[in-house]
Write a protein that binds this ligand. Sequence first.
Ligand SMILES: [Zn+2]
Length: 65
Amino acid sequence: MNVECPTCKKSVAWIDSNTYRPFCSERCKLIDLGAWANEEYRVPAENSSPDDLDQGDQGDEFTRH
Ligand SMILES: [Zn+2]
């Protein structure tokens, strides 16, 4: 059995292993819930690494001072 993802209209298999059904992915689920309006969900994990490194450097600076 397949359903349409409410967010992107992609065909999604309605199976127990699909944690995000009826959505195709966690991203579409979050979009539908309006969570992406929240800044916390706007930055993908991949892009957060450089920011984390910058913050880490700043943290060291503060610690030294
Ligand atoms: Zn989707």
